[in-house]
Write a protein that binds this ligand. Structure first.
Ligand code: IMP
Length: 428
């Protein structure tokens, strides 16, 4: 029995969906612990592609309990759409999906404020996904959020929505100059969503802890990545939740003493969506080539991702704040055919070389990457399942990363499909 957390080590989009899907084979319960439908986890099974936003990727394995934990913010309309989409492809959620009654609910005014606030910021915008994530977590922290359990009680729902709309509508009309929202309409549609979701709502903290007590294998699935963490990321260009391993305990309702392993998912290069500093960004043709080969377009918004070289400075920071027990390297095959590959081993800033990820945004903005150049490989690595079958230079690249990070590689993904994977160390 083990409890494993899977965390993105970069700016999200590391390919966590595939790693979670792979690990789910031996898991009994899979839980999401933060974020919302800003996430887009892509899983390819045979030739079928699934993109999951709120439901843990574990749902694609039959009979696994899948939990949306208390730390997640849930847009019920998006969740129902996702459930229906899965059902139309033969994936059932009845009896396997459980929604925390303590999770906070994304309301239409959160989405409206998220989008209007971004518009008002102009060039200074964060580049959010526009799904209402930030405003929903704002209400949670301000202690007037609507929780899933409130949705089940129409009187409580009406009272909260009416009260929250006093402020939200004032902002929408007077500051953002957009149309106000009608409380009756919101209460009516959310009461409908509650009816639909009622059979799935549970005290998921108790469920997860009971599974651990019963010595089951539990997988905790993070969304976004370490550098998008509200505390440890490139603030303010971050999401509004704790994406790091610590967030798994608060967002699932389990104690830190229950965690056995923490897997950091590292893409073989770096990508970032939205605004904010990105020291190893590759300008021009090569960046575009990686974007095209890697299909680096947002799974949620379709936005093109900015592409760059692997950044050891950022990854060292991720290792420190997450305490990774091992790494999963993804998309190694995307680097096939690139003659020379760069690895950023330090930042040049103010005349000196720094090895720690700067906290000040201005400093990070002014950092120049110090690169180590390694030889690339020409051969295809797609679908390779044994480490020794990788081209020698690909093996060297992997070993060099391990050495620089002082952390072992446990899994290497060599393609989109479920079985395109090298397992160096079993996790469960
Ligand atoms: P929000 O989470 O929609 O508020 O967006 C805040 C920042 O996080 C923006 O830069 C988004 O592009 C980024 N972001 C949010 N979710 C994801 C994700 O799943 N992958 C990558 N970036 C994300």
């Amino acid at each position: 029995m083990s409890v494993i957390i899977v965390v993105g080590a970069q700016w999200g989009d590391e390919g966590k969906g595939k790693i979670v899907d792979f690990l789910t084979e031996k898991a009994d319960l899979v839980a999401r612990y933060q974020g919302g439908n800003n996430a887009g986890h892509t899983v390819v099974i045979k030739d079928e592609k699934y993109v999951l936003h709120l439901i843990p990727s574990g749902i694609l394995h039959e009979g696994k309990a899948c939990v949306i934990g208390n730390g997640v913010v849930i847009d019920p309309a998006a969740l129902i759409e996702e459930m229906d989409g899965l059902a139309s492809r033969g994936v059932e959620t009845k009896g396997t999906l459980f929604i925390s009654k303590s999770a906070h609910v994304i309301m239409p005014y959160h989405v409206a404020v998220d989008r209007a606030a971004e518009d008002l910021k102009g060039a200074k915008k964060i580049g959010t996904t526009g799904r209402g994530i930030g405003p929903a977590y704002t209400d949670k922290a301000a202690r007037h959020g609507v929780r899933v359990m409130d949705m089940l009680n129409p009187d409580s729902l009406r009272e909260k929505v009416t009260q929250n709309l006093v402020t939200a509508n004032f902002l929408l009309e007077n500051l953002y100059k957009v149309s106000p929202l009608d409380p009756h309409q919101i209460v009516q549609s959310y009461t409908g969503y509650a009816e639909r979701l009622k059979p799935y709502i549970a005290d998921t903290g108790i469920m997860i802890n009971s599974a651990i007590e019963a010595k089951k294998n539990v997988l905790l699935e993070g969304a976004q990545g370490t550098l998008l963490d509200i505390d440890h990321g490139t603030y303010p260009f971050v999401t509004s939740s704790n994406t790091v391993a610590g967030g798994a305990c608060t967002g699932a309702g389990i104690a830190p003493t229950k965690i056995d392993r923490i897997i950091g998912v590292v893409k073989a290069y770096t990508t970032r969506v939205g605004s904010g500093p990105f020291p190893t960004e590759i300008p021009g043709e090569l960046g575009e080539r990686i974007r095209e080969r890697g299909g680096e377009y947002g799974a949620t918004t379709g936005r093109p991702r900015r592409c760059g070289w692997l950044d050891i400075v950022g990854l060292r920071h991720a290792i420190r704040v997450n305490g990774f027990t091992g790494l999963a390297l993804t998309k190694l095959d995307i680097l096939d055919g690139i003659e020379k590959i760069k690895i950023c081993v330090g930042y040049k800033y103010g005349g000196t070389v720094i090895e720690e990820f700067p906290k000040e945004l201005e400093a990070l903005d002014g950092c120049e990457p110090v690169y180590e150049e390694v030889k690339g490989w020409i051969e295809s690595t797609v679908g390779i399942t044994k480490f020794e079958h990788l081209p020698a230079d690909a093996r060297k690249y992997v070993r060099r990363i391990e050495k620089l990070l002082k952390t072992r590689m446990h899994i290497i993904s060599t393609g989109q499909k479920r079985d395109e994977i090298i397992v160096l160390k079993e996790q469960f």
